[in-house]
Design a protein around this ligand. Structure first.
Ligand SMILES: C[S@@+](CC[C@H](N)C(=O)[O-])C[C@H]1O[C@@H](n2cnc3c(N)ncnc32)[C@H](O)[C@@H]1O
Ligand SMILES: [Zn+2]
Length: 401
């Protein structure tokens, strides 16, 4: 008998293994839980509910699938909180999880719309989608979604599908293990103050390639980054032509840790020929390289705007969701520019950091475009050269002295 507990998340009440009991002094749930469920993933699931709600406004969803479902909380929230009559399938390799998910389905009265099946996600994604392809596949694994990506893409409706990917293997994606990033995602990571953006772009880069080898193109609709996970919502459809065009969105991010300059270069343009902008900053620091990865846009403006409208209909989301969504809207037009962590830049130059809003204002007054970013509260995106930002920071520090 496992120890269970009733949880309520959003508008949905469900039962799972008692996380506090099994985690004991480990602070957070581990994969050794009899049924895995991480309450700290609530913001991830809140956004998943909002974006599905938003997506359904313009796209048909008849059948969705969560191939790594655990207790089933995510799909239960979709069924319970997103209007519509779509059907849902959940899979899990752990028989106790499937039993618990089935019990939750029954308690909430969704037997007619949802089923939980035991088995390997990769096999079930393929076999269970032969009769009717899935309109939405939500891959939320332990660690990396990479092993499930090919089956997930092949299981999607080729005309128009929504793919959501969570990754929690942050050490690989954020530069602690660059070789592991290359093995799993086909591109190197590096350590930097913007490592979570590199992480998101490596994940999208892999999604582009796996979609491409299945003759499909991708359209990033939204991304979410938090301390311990990243998440991407991606439109996928059968189009070799679009995928060919998108080849130019694969490239490298160059970074000089000595002056914190960054530059994004498409692989299509070949290796940089010495034009890296940090040289204009009179810096001779050596460059590190991340990629190949996705250098294209991270959001779809309409998706974010509609999500902003949808969210007003709900009052049960975590307090941070509205704030994060507002920042996504703000940064959407500027994702061509890798974000700059102002605190890290101030540390480098030994000056005190101004309030982000104040720095924004100073840059706008000089005619530059600038936004905050949901990735980091101390960071901005801007088209201003790094040298201009540094000059402002130094002037500000002198004025205060
Ligand atoms: C991170 S948990 C899922 C959490 C869930 N999506 C949620 O939002 O609460 C990952 C789940 O994948 C299951 N799993 C791991 N490898 C699997 C595989 N190859 N096939 C099916 N399920 C698998 C585990 O048993 C676990 O329940
Ligand atoms: Zn430099």
């Amino acid at each position: 008998m496992i120890r269970t507990k009733e949880y309520t998340e959003g508008k949905t009440t469900f039962v799972s293994a008692d996380v506090d009991h099994y985690s004991e002094d480990k602070q957070q749930p581990t994969s050794s839980l009899p049924v895995f469920m991480n309450p700290r993933m609530r913001v991830n699931r809140d956004f998943s509910v909002i974006f599905l709600h938003t997506y359904i406004r313009d796209n048909e969803i008849d059948l969705l699938c969560e191939p790594l479902a655990g207790s089933g909380v995510r799909t239960l929230r979709y069924l319970n909180e997103v209007p519509g009559n779509f059907q849902a399938l959940m899979f899990d390799a752990n028989p106790t999880a499937v039993e618990m998910a089935a019990k939750n389905i029954e308690t909430l009265g969704f037997q007619d719309r949802c089923e939980a099946k035991k088995g390997d996600a990769k096999l079930l994604l393929i076999s269970e989608s032969r009769g009717k392809r899935f309109d939405y596949v939500d891959v939320d694994p332990f660690g990396s979604p990479a092993p499930f990506l090919n089956a997930a893409i092949q299981s999607l409706n080729p005309r128009n599908g929504l793919l959501a990917l969570t990754a929690t293997d942050m050490p690989a994606l954020c530069g602690v293990w660059p070789d592991v990033a290359m093995r799993r995602y086909g591109g190197y990571s590096f350590r930097s103050p913007f490592s979570h953006e590199i992480a998101v772009r490596l994940l999208l880069g892999l999604a582009y390639r796996v979609a491409g080898l299945n003759d499909r193109s991708i359209r990033p609709l939204a991304v979410l980054s938090s301390e311990h996970f990243i998440r991407a919502w991606i439109g996928v459809k059968a189009s070799r032509t679009e995928s060919n065009v998108q080849a130019s969105e694969i490239g490298f991010v160059y970074y000089c840790p000595s002056c914190m300059s960054t530059e994004t270069v498409s692989l299509q343009d070949g290796p940089s020929t010495g034009g890296f902008n940090h040289q204009a900053e009179s810096c001779s620091g050596s460059i590190t390289t991340a990629g190949p990865l996705w250098i294209g846009s991270l959001y779809d403006r309409t998706m974010l705007e509609h999500a902003g409208e949808s969210i007003k209909e709900f009052d049960w989301f975590h307090a941070s969701v509205e704030r994060l969504l507002a920042m996504m809207v703000e940064e959407e037009p500027l994702t061509d520019y890798i974000y700059t962590d102002i605190h890290a830049l101030c540390d480098l130059h030994n000056v005190p950091p101004p309030k982000t809003e104040l720095l924004k204002l100073m840059l706008v007054n000089l005619g530059f475009r600038v936004s905050r970013t949901h990735f980091k509260s101390t960071a901005i995106r801007t088209d201003a050269p790094k040298s201009e930002v540094v000059k402002l920071l130094k002037d500000y520090s002198q004025e205060r002295a």
